[in-house]
Unconditional design. Structure first.
Length: 761
């Protein structure tokens, strides 16, 4: 049994818990029955919080469940933080059974971690109608990681039933939810469990971790906080992360990170003894034993940086309530495009390297669930006119009953690519498959080609094992023959591989979509070795929070902390650096009138350049004339606005600049929300994005430039491929030149023959 369950069982010693019987359900909403109370050995005054796990947020897509005869079960999953314990749990189900089901014989079973915790009997007045019921769950069955499984026992006939009959179904509504009441637990100050409780892998909510400074942080303190934020982002990954910044105060009811030196520390740490080395310490917050502080301490700012580097590189060595970092040495530099979360582009990548959890490449059931893999690609991978992507696929499966019809179907980003028959004799297969990248039709080689634009930064590769099953019912002479349904087992071997090596890196810029969704161009080096962040000399807490959120987002996308990121608040020194630049809070005055900059958001004045033709779609190509700036408008307004602006570096044609701007505290809040919201990030593209209360609007205006390298012949071919008129003209010119050369050659041959005839005479 897991650590949490054993801990919780120990806390339950001497406590009385009443286990309620499963409810008798009906079509109407049952009166809530008293739930088992947990009278654990914790402070009765410990903070409580209520949590709702709504099915449309935690269930597999599309967020609702339909249970059928051949697919009778589905499940949701949730975790419980190490510093909390569930005291009450109530499952609120909204469901609609098929009108064809036989009442009483048909039931819905509810399991928690394979323990039957509830039973819903389908009655006659429920058939075909939407029903609600409440099922109390004993919190003693809840552990660290939990699965709530719903299983349908459906019957439509007393004899000669076919499990695959389409009348056997029960829909679980999207409004279904699991209501939890959680109580805080007092934790020991022990760094051996770090990053808990500041980040807990069991918590599926976005990470929100406040960072506290004595006053406005200087460059070294901002860099230390940025590295730590990117490290926490690499842990949070898909959850999302935000880092509110506070000066000389602690947040309410939240764990926090506090940066302090011997000479400059917040007032609530005045009595803390000075340190002699870079130190990491976990302590209780003043007057609140349930909330922790992670103290990053040092003699000076350089010690703070060393302490953070020690966390990022030596987390496994932390233990006790206090650890000191003696030294940190960054040895080998990281290579371009080697981010841990990205598919390798220098060699073939095995599926084992792409898995995110155990048994991801396996499935079972009468119709096994699809097996999915996520492919995160560098946004500048040049796949236009590529020969195709090679994939070596190995798989195993139980032998199908049917001689024909069972198959393995492969999909990429919900686009069908190829299928392979599942034969009864062979229970293993191996296919050498090529994923072509040009539009086409199925040919004799059984290859289906797809548009190159279907491949993006984040891609889903899905394998569907579709079995053709035979179920026997009644026969012509009245006999009833039935077959017990047997589940199938399917496996995609983790030695299967996909090959993205050999492709060049070349991308049209500015591309704010590449920045918002992949942190590009800064993520080209996972440790941000070629990134310079330009900050304001005296930043507000909103600006520092935006800095931390941006670096945390890049860390989540690469899976690696920004250990080599550089920072500056002096534009005169920063502009000479050979690096991609991220500007926070403002564009230097001597750049504000540059024609390459499409937008400026400032409290004093804001202006925007609009293209000749505005296009709201990110993937629709537009010509240079349509991108040309048609007008520039300056507006003063009292409403808040944030902006993301991308343009070419004025000092290096292979370097890029992205500026994060806002005109007010509310504008910074809108900007940060847009960076953290995956739906709003999807609306960020082009060269400028405006964030207002109404949402995100992006434009593509101004000149474009290219980052990366292509040989001249590939660049010429790519240019002609996007301009069909010029391609046709070039083709005509080539034909004419070839004809002229052939004519000259034939003329030379004829002259030689005539000369030979003259000599003979």
């Amino acid at each position: 049994m897991t650590k949490k369950l054993s801990w919780f069982t120990a806390l339950m010693l001497g406590c009385v818990a009443v286990v309620q019987a499963a409810p008798q359900t009906s079509g109407a909403l049952n009166a809530p029955q008293p739930l088992p109370e947990v009278n654990a050995l914790v402070d009765a005054n410990a903070p409580l919080r209520d949590s709702q796990l709504v099915f449309n947020q935690v269930a597999p897509p599309p967020g609702s469940m339909t249970l059928r005869g051949t697919e009778p079960s589905s499940q949701i999953e949730f975790g419980v933080r190490s510093d909390e314990v569930v005291t009450r749990a109530l499952l609120n189900l909204s469901y609609r059974p098929s009108p064809a089901l036989i009442p009483t014989l048909s039931q819905l079973k509810v399991y928690l971690n394979d323990e039957l915790v509830g039973l819903v009997t389908v009655t006659a007045d429920q058939l075909g109608k939407e029903n609600q019921t409440q099922i109390p769950i004993d919190p003693r069955f809840i552990s660290d990681f939990n699965r709530v499984r719903l299983e349908l026992v459906g019957h439509y006939a007393n004899v000669c039933e076919n499990p695959a009959n389409s009348t056997i179904w029960l829909d679980i509504g999207k409004a279904s939810k699991l209501d939890l009441t959680l109580q805080k637990l007092p934790l020991k100050n022990d760094l051996s469990h770090f990053p808990e409780p500041f980040f807990d892998t069991r918590d599926s909510r976005p990470l929100q971790l406040p960072m506290v400074f004595n006053a406005q942080p200087n460059l070294l303190q901002q860099r230390a906080a940025g590295i730590l934020a990117s490290w926490f982002g690499s842990k949070a990954q898909w959850r999302g992360q935000s880092f509110p910044v506070l000066y000389n105060q602690l947040p309410k009811e939240q764990h926090a990170v506090v940066f302090a030196t011997n000479d400059h520390r917040p007032d609530f740490l005045k009595d803390l003894p000075p340190v002699e080395k870079p130190t990491v310490k976990m302590v209780n917050q003043p007057d609140n034993p349930y909330e922790k502080m992670l103290l990053i301490l040092g003699r000076d700012d350089q010690d703070l940086l060393t302490a953070v580097e020690g966390i990022a590189q030596g987390q496994l060595l932390l233990r006790g309530d206090t650890s000191t970092i003696d030294s940190v040495k960054l040895l080998a530099a990281r290579q371009a495009y080697d981010a841990p979360n990205w598919v390798r582009t220098d060699r073939r990548t095995t599926f084992a390297e792409l898995t995110q959890y155990q048994n991801q490449l396996q499935g079972d059931g009468l119709q096994p669930n699809p097996i999915s893999l996520t492919l995160n690609l560098p946004p500048d991978l040049f796949l236009v006119r590529a020969r195709g992507i090679d994939m070596e696929l190995r798989y195993r499966y139980t032998s199908p009953i049917q001689q024909d019809g069972s198959r393995l179907a492969v999909h990429l980003n919900n686009q069908f690519m190829q299928d392979y028959p599942l034969t009864p004799k062979d229970t293993a297969g191996q296919q050498l498959m090529r994923i072509p990248l040009m539009q086409g039709l199925q040919d004799s080689n059984r290859q289906l080609t797809i548009p190159a634009l279907r491949l993006g930064v984040v891609n889903q590769l899905r394998f569907n094992f579709d079995y053709a099953n035979t179920f026997i019912g009644g026969t012509a002479d009245g006999r009833c023959e039935t077959v017990t349904a047997v589940g199938h087992h399917v496996v995609i071997d983790d030695t299967s591989s996909i090959d993205f090596s050999g492709y060049r890196h070349y991308i049209e810029m500015p591309s704010l979509g590449a920045f918002a969704n992949a942190g590009f161009p800064y993520s080209r080096y996972a440790d941000l070795a070629q990134t310079l962040v330009l900050v304001q000399p005296k930043p507000s807490n909103d600006e520092v929070s935006t800095l931390l959120n941006a670096l945390g987002s890049i860390g989540a996308q690469t899976g690696y902390p920004a250990l080599r990121v550089q920072m500056s608040d002096d534009w005169s020194k920063a502009k000479s650096a050979d690096a991609d630049m991220l500007m926070i809070g403002g564009i230097p005055p001597d750049l504000q009138d540059d024609t390459k900059i499409p937008l400026l958001a400032d409290a004093a004045r804001s202006w925007i350049s609009m293209p000749a033709r505005s296009n709201a779609a990110a993937n629709v190509p537009i010509s240079d004339s349509e991108r040309a700036a048609e007008s520039q408008t300056t507006i003063s307004s009292s409403g808040p606005m944030g902006a993301i602006v991308g343009f070419q570096s004025p000092f290096n044609d292979q370097r890029s600049v992205v500026a994060l701007l806002a005109d007010s505290p509310r504008g910074w809040e809108l900007l940060n929300n847009a960076l953290l919201d995956s739906g709003k990030r999807a609306a960020v593209f082009g060269s400028a994005a405006v964030i207002r209360e109404s949402g995100v609007n992006s434009i593509r205006v101004g000149e474009t430039y290219y980052v990366g390298h292509l040989p001249w012949w590939e660049r010429l071919w790519n240019l002609l491929a996007t301009h069909p008129v010029w391609l046709a003209i070039c083709a005509v010119v080539v034909v004419i030149l070839f004809a002229l050369m052939a004519w000259r050659l034939m003329r030379m041959v004829s002259r030689r023959r005539l000369a030979e005839l003259d000599d003979d005479e």
